[in-house]
Design a protein around this ligand. Structure first.
Ligand code: EPU
Length: 362
């Protein structure tokens, strides 16, 4: 039944599982596929009047929906379109939120533009890229985002925020921290370069290139390399339910590292402690010592492949929880998340933070 003042585009009880790459969960009470800013504004007014919570959905690659679905309004942002302004050295590429991210990487790489080639084969839409400052193989969206055009839910205005205003950090920005839920990303402006230097520092990348004797890779060669490397580790959303990494990596202090090393020495074989020392050398930075959470889940806690019902810690990349037969319930996923966090806490003393958004869970 149509509600009073309900914009005609709003649908009711729309199943969300098929709109996410993970493939779990119930319906959205209300659902609006927003093609224009006007659609978004109408949706927000409707939600406000009915006092409904709003969830902004993009490509659905970083969300897990609860079995009960979402009791409010899901606003799916769908506009497509790209604009380029080129000068002698660089290109400003402005991309609408509904564009598929990997299509944009392909577009840039085909033109030999540098800056996002290592972010190949990451599922999702462009609107989400700035939110969690997507990163992989030594590249980060923040390195090339110049500005983000948003709709400010506070006053309904369209604004363009500079990269500085976005306050990017590891998997972080104001969009998932201090101003969470305030802005709806409409367009992202990237600054790409005509001349560049490949980021080949990751061991997987280095060995791939060495085996093929590629010494000066082009953006295209980097894209091919990353595609092949990712295909070995990350599930293909076309066949398996996945939302990429489920946990963030951890940055710890020297004192915490010593404590961790002690704990690992007491529960793991010496090879694991050796590996921990090597990880430390490889990943130390100003923000602290980076501990790959996949290493803790897999090699310290032995949870790779662990299952609860239809949900499984990926047997090929322990940072991911997957839904291999697409029959996991939201509850099973939540139980598996809790189990992994608890075992990691008990064995290492470290808290691991969730990476995807959980929708409709209490
Ligand atoms: N490792 C294991 N077991 C595993 C996987 C990894 O022990 O099952 C250890 C290895 O020693 C490896 C280390 O963990 O050296 C790090 O693994 P890897 O380089 O494969 O990547 P990651 O740190 O686990 C991050 C991103 C990914 C991104 C890759 C590649 C986060 C949360 N994840 O994973 O991003 O693709 O690096 O650069 O930062 C995502 O965010 O959804 C995502 C897929």
């Amino acid at each position: 039944m149509m509600h009073k003042n309900q914009p005609t585009k709003i649908r009711e009880n729309v199943p969300l599982a098929p709109l996410t790459t993970f493939g779990t969960g119930g319906p959205a009470r209300f659902f609006l596929s927003a093609e224009t800013i006007k659609d978004v504004q109408e949706g927000l007014i409707f939600a406000d009047r009915k006092r409904l919570a709003v969830f902004i959905l993009g490509g659905g690659s970083n969300v897990v929906v609860s079995d009960n679905g979402f009791p409010g309004l899901v606003l799916q942002i769908v506009p497509k379109g790209i604009r380029c302004e080129a000068d002698a050295d660089s290109i400003r590429l402005s991309v609408a939120a509904g564009e598929v991210w990997d299509d944009i990487v392909a577009y840039a790489v085909e033109r030999d533009w540098w800056g996002i080639e290592n972010l190949t084969a990451i599922p999702g839409n462009c609107g989400a890229v700035a939110i969690q400052n997507v990163g992989a193989y030594g590249q980060e969206a923040a390195d090339v985002i110049e500005a983000v055009t948003v709709l400010d839910r506070k006053d309904g205005d369209i604004k363009t925020l500079s990269a500085e205003e976005c306050q990017f950090a590891y998997r972080e920005s104001i969009f998932n921290r201090s101003a969470k839920d305030r802005y709806i990303i409409w367009e992202t402006h990237f600054r790409l370069s005509r001349k560049g230097q490949a980021h080949t520092g990751y061991p997987d990348v280095r060995s791939y290139l060495q085996e093929r004797q590629i010494t000066h890779p082009t953006p295209r060669e980097m894209r091919t390399a990353i595609s092949a490397i990712r295909a070995r580790k990350f599930a293909d959303p076309a066949t398996i339910g996945t939302a990429g990494s489920f946990f963030k990596n951890i940055y710890i202090s020297e004192a915490q590292f010593l404590d961790l090393a002690k704990k690992v020495a007491s529960i793991s074989p010496p090879e694991v402690l050796d590996k921990l020392q090597r990880v430390r050398e490889r990943f130390s930075s100003e923000s602290g010592i980076k501990i790959p959470t996949a290493f803790l889940i897999d090699q310290v806690c032995g949870l790779k492949g662990h299952r609860i019902g239809g949900a499984q810690v990926s047997p090929t990349q322990a940072l991911a929880i997957i839904n291999p037969e697409k029959r996991a319930t939201g509850t099973e996923v939540q139980q598996l998340i809790k189990h992994v966090q608890t075992v990691v806490r008990e064995k290492t003393g470290l808290e691991i933070e969730l990476e995807p958004a959980l929708v409709g869970f209490s």
